[in-house]
Design a binder for this molecule. Structure first.
Ligand code: NAP
Length: 509
């Protein structure tokens, strides 16, 4: 018989969001939960992205959990290997391993309105849970554009988030598609090794210097001996970024000064005026994510690198045809073309109270209440949901705010007692989104003159939070019950945990 497990809470994903949720559940005294993870280890995007040069562009003392400080970060901006090891360490330290169900990919989950619980199908057995915390992350499913002829390319093709370490790039002619945060780290890492590197740049990014350095032994000893010094360091890193938010969200004109520094950064490394012109963006800095690198421009200026200042139009055998008509023969194509962000990949697999999928409900754009819950999907919440992303600070701050909300949600369910569920009121969801979108109008992401992955197909920014992280913390401190409908199970229904697993569809048969 197929395996079935019931838990009070099912967390989906074990990246920063999922592991953070797991730790918080245990700290709230909740041990009846599982973490469903499709891969064979934890780490989310920091497990999947192992490309050469992969590192975080948020300082490590801020890009880590406040409840799990790491005095031993080796660099101010640590690399993927160390961040992944940190997440493994968190998993062990907080006793999360027994809750992990690795190699369990969620195929479908459906709300059972009679039993007030979610029925979850995975590729390794079924589960039911009273509450689902979906922490699948916005950077989990790679996006490769549909390029004509790509399937007939005779060479090697892979995405930055699925790096093939068995393929040796030494002496090869390589095309890098895209110039986002991933590509600008990959380019300097592989440029010395490859014969020729052709960079397909559809839109140039703004790249600022990266203040990266080793954290000295003395600093580490100090943070270990006097933990408040690490807290102070984190506080300073946070405070500086909070002060920058207004320029992004209210006064994009102020970013002109930053643009001057970024132009100087190009000029310092790129002496050829034609190349400099190609690399200089024409939109306001901050409209797309500001990238940090000291090595990108120097690498691009090397003689074995060409910049095709256009997208990739077509692949003809081993020849890549740019949107500008240029032709380049290559041995390998690396796509640094980002992720499915505004079309959350789990959404088609989540079936709500009225039988519609979350993807269907969100077909005109993602909308949630306080970045967490969605109308029609009782007791389902997401970590890093709509409009919770940041342009300039650490996502871990936002995740921890969402964990406060999750903890209060579960507390409220306890207080309500019996078998109850909370369903976000459509009016509350609308009110929240109207407020968020009204604030979005003034932001650099909307007015800066660029297209970015922050915007959905309708040009709406459904990904970023248009305020400070402090503001979001206040907005998510507690669940406001007036924003929810309380659903109670009919008295006659048998207890959820003892009922056989039955979805609404099966019940109707
Ligand atoms: P991304 O920022 O979405 O960049 C995708 C790149 O691919 C863009 O340059 C885009 O051009 C280009 N592109 C897309 N389709 C194309 C086509 N058909 N032809 C040519 N170019 C095409 O993806 P990413 O670099 O993987 O980064 C995603 C996010 O991950 C980042 O914004 C960041 O939040 C995070 N990240 C962080 C770090 C870090 O901490 N250092 C590192 C990597 C990633 P357009 O600009 O014209 O759309």
């Amino acid at each position: 018989m197929a395996k079935h497990e019931h838990a009070r809470v099912a967390v989906i994903g074990s990246g920063f969001g999922g592991l953070g949720a797991a730790v918080r559940l245990r700290r709230e005294g909740i041990t009846d939960f599982v973490v469903l993870e499709r891969a064979d280890s934890v780490g989310g995007t920091w497990r999947d992205n192992s490309y050469p040069g992969c590192a975080c562009d948020v300082p490590s003392h801020l890009y880590s959990f406040s409840f799990a400080p790491n005095p031993d970060w080796p660099r101010t901006f640590s690399g993927q290997r160390h961040i992944r090891a940190y997440l493994e360490h968190v998993t062990d330290t907080f006793g999360i391993r027994p809750h992990l169900r690795l190699n369990h990919e969620v195929l479908r989950m459906e709300w059972d309105a009679d039993a007030l619980r979610w029925e979850i199908e995975t590729n390794s057995g079924s589960f039911s849970a009273e509450v689902v915390v979906s922490a699948t992350g916005p950077l989990s499913d790679p996006k490769i554009p549909d390029i004509p002829g790509l399937s007939d390319f005779p060479g090697k093709v892979f995405h930055s988030a699925r790096w093939d370490h068995d393929y040796d790039l030494t002496g090869k002619r390589v095309a890098m598609i895209g110039t986002g945060a991933s590509a600008i780290q990959i380019v300097p890492a592989i440029q010395p090794q490859v014969r020729r590197l052709t960079l397909f740049q559809r839109t140039p990014p703004w790249v600022m210097p990266r203040m990266d350095r080793n954290i000295t032994g003395a600093e580490r000893r100090l943070h270990r001996a006097l933990p408040f010094t690490a807290t102070l360091r984190r506080g300073l890193l946070w405070g500086i970024r909070e002060l920058q938010v207004g320029a992004f969200t209210k006064h994009p004109g102020e970013l002109g000064l930053v643009e001057k520094l970024a132009r100087a950064n190009i000029a310092r490394a790129v002496k050829d005026p034609a190349l400099r012109a190609k690399l200089t963006p024409s939109y306001r800095i901050g409209c797309k994510r500001i990238l940090l690198s000291n090595t990108y421009y120097p690498a691009v200026a090397q003689p074995n690198v060409d910049v095709v200042a256009s997208g990739l139009r077509e692949v003809r055998g081993s020849t890549l045809v740019g949107a500008d008509g240029s032709e380049t023969e290559v041995d390998a194509i690396v796509f640094g073309t980002g992720f499915h962000v505004t079309d959350m990949p789990i959404a088609p697999r989540v079936i709500g109270a009225d039988g519609r999928s979350l993807a269907d409900v969100w077909k005109d754009g993602m909308e949630s209440l306080r970045g967490a819950t969605a109308a029609g999907f009782p007791n389902w919440m997401t970590i890093i949901g709509p409009n919770t992303g940041l342009g300039n600070s650490s996502m871990i701050l936002m995740i921890e705010s969402q964990l406060n909300y999750m903890a209060d949600y579960l507390r409220q369910l306890n207080v309500l007692g019996g078998r109850t569920a909370l369903a976000a009121r459509p009016s509350a969801v609308n009110a929240w989104n109207r407020k968020v979108q009204a604030r979005m109008e003034r932001t650099v992401w909307k007015s800066g003159g660029c297209e970015s992955w922050y915007l959905d197909a309708n040009g709406r920014n459904t990904t970023l939070w248009p305020g400070t992280t402090g503001e979001f913390r206040r907005e998510t401190r507690q669940v406001d019950l007036s924003e929810y409908e309380v659903i109670r199970a009919p008295r006659t229904a048998p207890a959820a945990a003892s009922r056989p697993s039955r979805t609404k569809k099966e019940a109707a048969k």
